[in-house]
Design a protein around this ligand. Structure first.
Ligand SMILES: CC(C)(COP(=O)(O)OP(=O)(O)OC[C@H]1O[C@@H](n2cnc3c(N)ncnc32)[C@H](O)[C@@H]1OP(=O)(O)O)[C@@H](O)C(=O)NCCC(=O)NCCS
Length: 163
């Protein structure tokens, strides 16, 4: 794998981040969320979500290309997405470490939501010290109404971190 660089996202990254998010959403959620939700998770949907998140987004860059991103909102590591080409390479761990570091500047404990059926993501988080704190119903909003998605809340005590 080429060298991975982390940097704060900027508006020039909007399309690349939305593309990673769009493709990764399908990879992580297909078969694990209500089937009707897929039609609403278009590239345009993610292009609409990214701009307001740019100030809370860190991107991973390899060979000048955005290959992943993490967003933090208060004590939540809100999104961790890595392009298929960079999975299994350690890029996701570098991004998650940065997300935790940013949350740890203000909070002792971080949380995130993961779809129950997304076993690859769950294994990744668990290997990084996150624990399953229980199920909850995530309400996915769309133009056609709300879809209920079975999700899990994962938590990590950040006080044991050496950052
Ligand atoms: C989740 C994600 C960020 C993890 O990054 P990654 O580079 O794939 O993670 P890693 O390869 O380091 O770790 C994944 C673990 O799951 C395992 N794994 C791989 N495929 C798997 C599968 N189909 N089922 C179960 N476990 C699987 C891997 O072996 C690895 O575990 P190990 O290190 O103990 O062997 C990345 O897969 C991704 O972007 N997925 C799509 C988007 C997504 O789901 N984001 C998270 C939303 S909450």
């Amino acid at each position: 794998m080429p060298e991975i660089t982390l940097r704060a996202a900027n508006d020039a990254d909007i399309e690349a981040v939305a593309g990673v998010w769009h493709r990764g959403w399908a990879d992580g959620h297909a078969g694990h969320v209500p089937a009707g939700l897929h039609a609403h998770r278009t590239l345009e949907h993610f292009l609409g979500l990214v701009p307001s998140r740019i100030p809370i987004t860190t991107v991973a860059v390899a060979n000048g290309r955005v290959v992943g991103f993490v967003t933090m909102h208060d004590d939540e590591v809100e999104q961790v997405y890595v392009d298929a080409s960079a999975r299994g390479s350690g890029t996701a761990a570098i991004l998650l470490d940065r997300g935790e570091e940013i949350v740890a500047a203000t909070y002792d404990r971080a949380w995130l939501a993961v779809v129950a059926g997304n076993v690859r993501a769950r294994r990744f988080y668990e290997r990084r010290g996150w624990v399953d704190a229980g199920p909850f119903d995530y309400s996915a909003e769309t133009d056609a109404g709300t879809f209920t998605v079975p999700a899990l809340r994962y938590e990590k005590d950040l006080r044991t971190q050496t950052v």
